[in-house]
Design a binder for this molecule. Structure first.
Ligand SMILES: [Zn+2]
Ligand SMILES: [Zn+2]
Length: 125
């Protein structure tokens, strides 16, 4: 499968959770394989997810951070210290990106670079 086909078929296969009868087909399998094999389409997909959540990818240093940080946009009661799904959080008061430490307190490990692609997270520091 090539990149153009992958992206054209994304509306069909990109909505999760996907019923087995949709992904368990030769085309569905090729689509999944392309996602894992193609960095460019993998990044593109993360961007699509963030946009679907109402975010702007340009507001984030890269698509990986955009995808992670927007994962909980839709749940108003998301507490980064309570929710093991939250890997990286943007702390609005400080503007820091960090990994919550779930020891009952509210400390974070502030990160400087994207763990996936290594871009610096703060342009103006
Ligand atoms: Zn591709
Ligand atoms: Zn990244």
């Amino acid at each position: 499968m090539d990149c153009a086909t992958y992206r054209r078929l994304y509306p069909k296969y990109g909505k999760l959770p996907l019923p087995r009868k949709v992904w368990d087909t030769p085309e569905g399998e090729e689509h999944g394989d392309h996602f894992h094999d193609c960095n460019s389409c993998c990044d593109w997909t993360l961007g699509q997810r963030a946009v679907a959540r109402g975010a702007r990818v340009e507001d984030f240093p890269c698509v990986h951070i955009a995808d992670r940080v927007t994962e909980k946009f839709d749940s108003t009661d998301a507490d980064p210290f309570d929710d093991p799904d939250v890997i990286i959080w943007k702390f609005d008061h400080s503007g820091d990106y960090g990994i919550p430490i779930r020891d009952g307190g509210s400390s974070i490990v502030v990160i400087q670079y994207c763990p996936w692609c290594g871009v610096p997270l703060y342009k103006d520091r």
